[in-house]
Design a protein. Sequence first.
Length: 739
Amino acid sequence: MDDKPGFGALFPADLTDDASGGEAKGNNRSRISRRDWLLLLGTGAATLGTSAAGASSTASTAGAAQKTEKETPPSAAAVPSGVFEEIDKLKAQRVYAETPVQARLEYQETAASSDGKACQISLREDWDLAEADNALPPGKYSEKTDWVKVTMPRPVQYALMEAGKIPNLWYSDNFKRLQWIQKRDWHLRRRFTIPQAWNGSTIRLRFDGMDYRGMVWLDGVFLGTHEGMFGGPTFDITSKVTPGKQHELLVRLLHEEHDMKMVFVGMGHGSNTTTAKPDALDLSYVWGNRYRTIGLYQPIRLAATGQAYMEAPLVRTEGLAPKSASLWAQAMITNTGKEFEGVVEAQIIDLSNQQVVWQETSRQKVTPGDSFWERRITLEKPKLWWPNGLGSQPLYMLELKLLNGKEPMDTIRSRFGVRTLEMQRNAVDPESPRIHVSSYTRQTHEDEAFRYLWVVNGRPFYAKGTCWMTADDVLALTPQREEWLIRAAKMNGANLFRLNGGTSIFETEEFYNLCDEHGIIVWQELPLSSGGEAESWHRTNTAPLAVWREQIRQGVLRFRQHPSTGVYVGGNEFDAFGEGIEPLLGVAREILAGYDGGRPFRMASPCGGDWHAYAPFPAIWTADENWYHKVYGRGHYFISEWSFCNFSNLSLLKRILPATELDAKSVGYDQKAFLAAHPAFRDRCAEPDFSTGEMWNLISTYGDLSKANIAEMVEYSQMAEARRYGYIFEHWRAQFPYT
């Protein structure tokens, strides 16, 4: 099997030509010159990219790589009776998480701080991975288990590739031989020791993202089962651990049981999915993901506090005056012990100069269970946060310390920006009155839904954005890759990312932090999508209502802290007013309003003045320069999705396609014949008819395809993309503020 190196760790942290980069204050991220990055993108990447996603030698992959897509997990007949019944019983013992667990200082960092018991240990290194043995009772493994050392968080597929157990996930048609991974259950094992300094602390075990359903044991004792990729579970393990003693954490990741038949040509992961998890697509829509991930989406942490701790911090800008800002601040306090007279030391720090700009010490009773610290704050001479291109992005930090008398209980911190952001009614023109244009989904006629004029700090601005799918198609997400892409978008002039419900992604905390820092507004959609048919909402990636409710709550309590979060949308391309969808959208709408009523909510995209501008296809792909006004006029107030497909850079294709598919033969004018002659290319196209067929006519205007090779075809397609985007953007921007 031809085995090429991967590229998961190759994205650099800088786009500047200066290798030193000139680091911004407070930013210690590594940097690489744009010149070096371009070298990595070229043909040399195949030899340089051997680290995190490195190549496996033929010898090292001889075992696992021989498995084929025909292999399936052991049948029930080969398993001792009662094992699957026991698994089903344990599945029913589902654990829910009330709130996310706010990040605290890492344990080794607290020695020089005054945080006391408020710290965490992130369990990233030293994990053991092995396929679960269905011949043993749940939670048990054999002494002869062949464990593989891995780092987490990772999908199992990526971890196995890093360990040299399987070939490159992306090369050629390897994906067809690696489908067995997502059809098995997997064990993750981690041994850890609680520091002696945590004696007397409340200790919680926090999963920030489990992909997708899993069972958890601590020292052989079952803790519970969790479902939901975007947060949870959280276990209070105070009574189950002893400082100084080694403990063993065991996680059984359960494979998805719905129809897992993969669609190798086109889009989709099979039907009947009942999950709320990302359907990741990579940076090039022509190269769609062909795996169903299983693993850890986000880290696992041990958090130590006093008997009472704080979570879910929030600072909201409620109004701006010429020289001040009105803020609302809040945090939840959970007391696991008896009532006490609490002291809350609160301060706001200007992160640009580390100066304290507001502080207060207050007392309040801390009752058993959950209560709140809440304050209205007037901030004098605030520095306002602006989207990219309109101003800078100054950030503040709310720091809260909870004490019982003089004994510290907990410390949490939350960054925020001072800004107002709203969607107002677009301007109207008597010569071109607003019209309603129906689409393949039924659109609302509710008048207030047509508010799509973005206004920040009282100033209208033009939203320039892109649909953000994900930074990695198997969700092996890294801060370095996300930072490179976000800064690239910033330098390109973007100020908005639509997190498309078709991808169904709630992003990493690092992603939202980077959007805060670079002035990129986030259009956050929920994990609902039609799957391509207007009336087929039931094909969306939905989960049981209890799971849905918890995951939306976990999400909004993270999103609302970020000044970059701009609007919530129910999902992508489905009938938001159809039968059966109302429980999911109704629950989501109430949770979003209850936890973050300051931001707008839209039922779906497209809906109510928002448009996906693809139809009619023939007009888009022809040379008629006036097609846009002929089709749309001013009937739509916001275009949330439109694109022109092009082919990936040749440097990428060289690292993924076999040499036989990159020969110097002519491409030709028959796109079906081209795809038939390039099976690896065809199998990885997300929508082959759309991605190739629809662009063939237009790219042929740039050269003779009967003589062009693939390298020239790539160049023609990218030239066509640049021209078409430039033309469309000029039309849209010329109509501001009407559209």
